[in-house]
Design a protein around this ligand. Structure first.
Ligand SMILES: *[C@@H]1O[C@H](CO)[C@@H](O)[C@H](O)[C@H]1NC(C)=O
Ligand SMILES: *[C@@H]1O[C@H](CO)[C@@H](O)[C@H](O)[C@H]1NC(C)=O
Length: 559
C-alpha cells in the first residue's frame, strides 16, 4: 500500500496522529489526519487482530505507519517498550512489520472485558521519540460453554409448588459478546424448564423451574440433559446431566385391600389361633409408608376375645369363642402411617356352631308319687329339654325305655309329658327309676340321661287272704278254759293300714248259746281261745267263721 502521507518527511511522520483499524489478518491501515502540531499528542497507532493467531502473524506494517523504511529499524534503533509486561509482540526487522510474539488468548489477557486493548510504545532511539501503539485483541469463539459440574442431582419434594425454582450448576463461557453463553435447552420433559437469572456479564446461574406438579408414586426419577449454547458461528455447546430425584411427601394414606373382611370360624378354635389378617398398603416410602394397625371402638368384651397384631394386621383369638354366647362379631380396624394418615375397614367374624353342648332336661313339675290305681294316661311329670347349640346340633329328641308302663307325650315347645300307659300295681313294682335320654342330632350326637324317680303309692286293692279256705282242728275234751287252741293268719300284700289285719268271729249260736260264749279270737294275733272246757259227749264239733279285715278305707275282708 502507498504511504498515506507521501508529502511528509518520513522522519516526521511519527508526530502525525494516525488511526489504525486493521481488519483481522488483512493489514488495512486507515490513517486519519488529526492535526499537524509537532510535539503535541502523538498520533495513536491502532491495530486490531483476532486472538489465537500463530506466533509471527503480522499485526501491522509498523515501519510504514511510522513513515520509515524497513532498513531504518536497525539503523535508528527502533524497539518496543512496555512496562514490565510479558512481550506479546515483536518487530520483524526484514519486513518491518509488527508481529505476534506468541499465541494470544484474549480471555487470559482481558477476561470478560468487552474490549481487550493492549497498549505499548515504540521507541525510536536516535531521537528518543516515543510512539504509542494500541492493539485490540478481538474475541473469537474459541471457548465452549462449560458446566462447573457435568452431573448434578436435584432433589425435589413431590409436593413442591409449581414454578418452584431449583439452582443448577454454574456454567462459564469466557468468550464475550455473541460468543459467550446465549441460552439453554433442556431435553424434552414437560415437567421442567430452565431459566437464567444473572447479570449481563457475570457467570450464568441456570435454574430448574417446575412446570407442573410431581407425584413420586407415579414417577420418582427424571433424567434430564441440559445444553448450554453460545451464539458464535458455529455455535458451541456444553452438556450436563441432571438427575431429578422426587422426594416422598406423605401424600398417600394407607388403604385397606378390602373395605370389609369376612371370615367364619368354628367356635371350638383353640385360643391363640389366627383368624384373619387385614392388610393396608401405603404407596409412600419410608416412615410415610410404615403402616400399623389397631382396633377402633371395640367393646371391652371383644377386646378380651380378639387381639390384633399391630405390625402384621393379624387377628387371632385370645379367649375361647362360644357360638351360644355370640355368633357374630363386627370389629373396626384402622391402619395408620407414621405421620398419621389413616384408613378404616370392618371385619365381620361369624362363629360357626359346633356340637359342644349336651342337651339338658329340666323337670319343671310333677308328682314323684303316683297311686297304683291311677288310670293309664295319668301325667307323672312335665319337663323341658334344652340344647344351647343351634341347628341340628340343638335339635333334641327324648326317649324312655320301652319296657316301662310309661310313655312320652310332646307338649308345646320343647316340653314333654311323662304319662302312664298301663295300669300300675304297687304290689308288683313299687318304684321306678325312669331314665329319660335326650339326644341331639349333631355329628356326633351328644346325649344326656336324667332319672325321674317314681314311687307307686298303695291303694287298698287287696283283701287280707287266708292261705287255706278252711282249717280243721282237733281238741281233746276237758281242755282247760282259756286255752289257745289254734291261730289263723291272713296275709295282705298292701302296706300300712291297708295291710293291717284284724280278726273277728262271725256271730252264730250253738245249742241255744251265742258262739262267742264258746270261743274268742285275739283280733291282732288271730289266736283262737276256748272259753269252756269241752265235753266230747255233748259237743262233737263246732264250726266258726273267722273274718280277717284290713284297715283300709274302705276296708277289705275275707272269711
Ligand atoms: C398386602 O397386600 C399387598 C397388595 O395386595 C401385597 O403385595 C402384600 O403382600 C400384602 N401383605 C400381606 C402381609 O399379606
Ligand atoms: C332307683 O335309684 C335309687 C337311687 O339310685 C336306688 O336307691 C333305687 O334302688 C332305684 N330303684 C329302682 C327301682 O331301681
Amino acid at each position: 500500500m502507498q504511504p498515506v502521507f507521501p508529502l511528509l518527511n518520513p522522519r516526521e511522520v511519527p508526530n502525525k496522529p494516525v488511526m489504525a483499524h486493521p481488519q483481522r489478518s488483512e493489514q488495512v491501515v486507515l490513517l486519519t489526519l488529526l492535526g499537524t502540531l509537532w510535539g503535541a499528542a502523538a498520533a495513536q497507532i491502532r491495530y486490531s487482530i483476532p486472538e489465537e493467531l500463530e506466533k509471527g502473524s503480522i499485526v501491522g506494517n509498523i515501519v510504514k505507519d511510522l513513515g520509515l523504511e524497513p532498513r531504518e529499524l536497525a539503523e535508528r534503533g527502533v524497539r518496543i517498550v512496555s512496562r514490565g509486561r510479558m512481550q506479546l509482540f515483536s518487530l520483524n526487522p526484514r519486513s518491518g512489520s509488527l508481529v505476534t510474539a506468541g499465541r494470544i488468548d484474549r480471555e487470559e489477557l482481558c477476561a470478560q472485558s468487552p474490549r481487550c486493548l493492549v497498549s505499548f510504545n515504540i521507541l525510536v532511539e536516535d531521537k528518543l521519540n516515543l510512539y504509542p501503539v494500541e492493539v485490540e485483541i478481538v474475541d473469537i469463539n474459541d471457548n465452549t460453554p462449560r458446566f462447573l459440574k457435568e452431573e448434578l442431582e436435584v432433589k425435589i419434594l413431590e409436593n413442591a409448588a409449581p414454578s418452584s425454582r431449583f439452582p443448577l450448576m454454574e456454567v462459564y463461557d469466557p468468550d464475550v459478546g455473541m460468543n459467550s453463553l446465549q441460552g439453554f435447552k433442556l431435553s424434552g420433559n414437560s415437567h421442567f424448564s430452565v431459566d437464567v437469572q444473572s447479570e449481563a456479564h457475570g457467570p450464568k446461574y441456570p435454574e430448574l423451574v417446575l412446570e407442573g406438579t410431581l407425584d413420586r408414586e407415579r414417577e420418582a426419577v427424571y433424567h434430564l440433559v441440559l445444553t448450554a449454547m453460545d451464539g458464535g458461528d458455529p455455535v458451541r455447546s456444553g452438556v450436563a446431566q441432571i438427575l431429578v430425584t422426587v422426594l416422598d411427601a406423605n401424600d398417600n394414606a394407607p388403604v385397606f385391600t378390602q373395605p370389609v373382611y369376612r371370615v367364619s370360624v368354628p367356635e371350638n378354635l383353640p385360643v391363640g389361633t389366627p383368624v384373619l389378617a387385614v392388610n393396608a398398603t401405603d404407596q409412600d416410602e419410608g416412615v410415610h409408608g410404615e403402616v400399623t394397625y389397631s382396633f377402633v371402638k371395640i367393646t371391652e368384651k371383644i377386646s378380651q376375645i380378639f387381639c390384633l397384631n399391630v405390625l402384621t394386621g393379624e387377628i387371632s383369638t385370645s379367649a375361647n369363642l362360644d357360638y351360644e354366647d355370640s355368633s357374630f362379631y363386627e370389629l373396626g380396624v384402622e391402619a395408620r402411617d407414621r405421620p398419621g394418615l389413616r384408613d378404616r375397614a370392618k371385619v365381620f367374624i361369624t362363629i360357626l356352631d359346633v356340637n359342644d353342648n349336651v342337651p339338658e332336661v329340666v323337670v319343671t313339675s310333677g308328682s314323684r308319687t303316683i297311686a297304683e290305681s291311677a288310670p293309664p294316661g295319668t301325667v307323672i311329670a312335665l319337663f323341658q329339654v334344652f340344647d344351647r347349640d343351634s341347628g341340628l346340633n340343638g335339635l333334641v329328641t327324648c326317649s324312655i325305655p320301652r319296657s316301662l308302663p310309661f310313655e312320652l307325650e310332646k307338649s308345646v315347645g320343647n316340653y314333654y309329658r311323662l304319662v302312664t300307659n298301663a295300669a300300675l300295681d304297687r304290689e308288683e313294682v313299687s318304684s321306678y327309676n325312669i331314665t329319660v335320654t335326650a339326644t341331639d342330632k349333631g355329628t356326633p350326637p351328644l346325649s344326656t340321661e336324667t332319672i325321674i324317680s317314681l314311687n307307686v303309692a298303695d291303694t287298698n286293692d287287696n283283701p287280707p287272704t287266708f292261705p287255706h279256705s278252711s282249717y280243721s282242728v282237733y281238741v281233746l275234751e276237758n281242755n282247760p278254759r282259756g286255752a289257745s287252741i289254734f291261730s289263723v293268719n291272713a296275709l295282705d300284700p298292701d302296706v300300712d293300714q291297708n295291710a293291717q289285719v284284724s280278726y273277728s268271729l262271725a256271730e252264730d249260736t250253738l245249742q241255744g248259746a251265742p258262739l262267742s260264749s264258746y270261743m274268742s279270737i285275739n283280733s291282732d294275733t288271730g289266736i283262737l281261745y276256748a272259753l269252756r272246757s269241752f265235753d266230747y259227749e255233748q259237743l262233737r264239733d263246732l264250726q266258726l267263721w273267722v273274718t280277717a279285715s284290713d284297715s283300709g278305707d274302705p276296708p277289705l275282708s275275707s272269711n
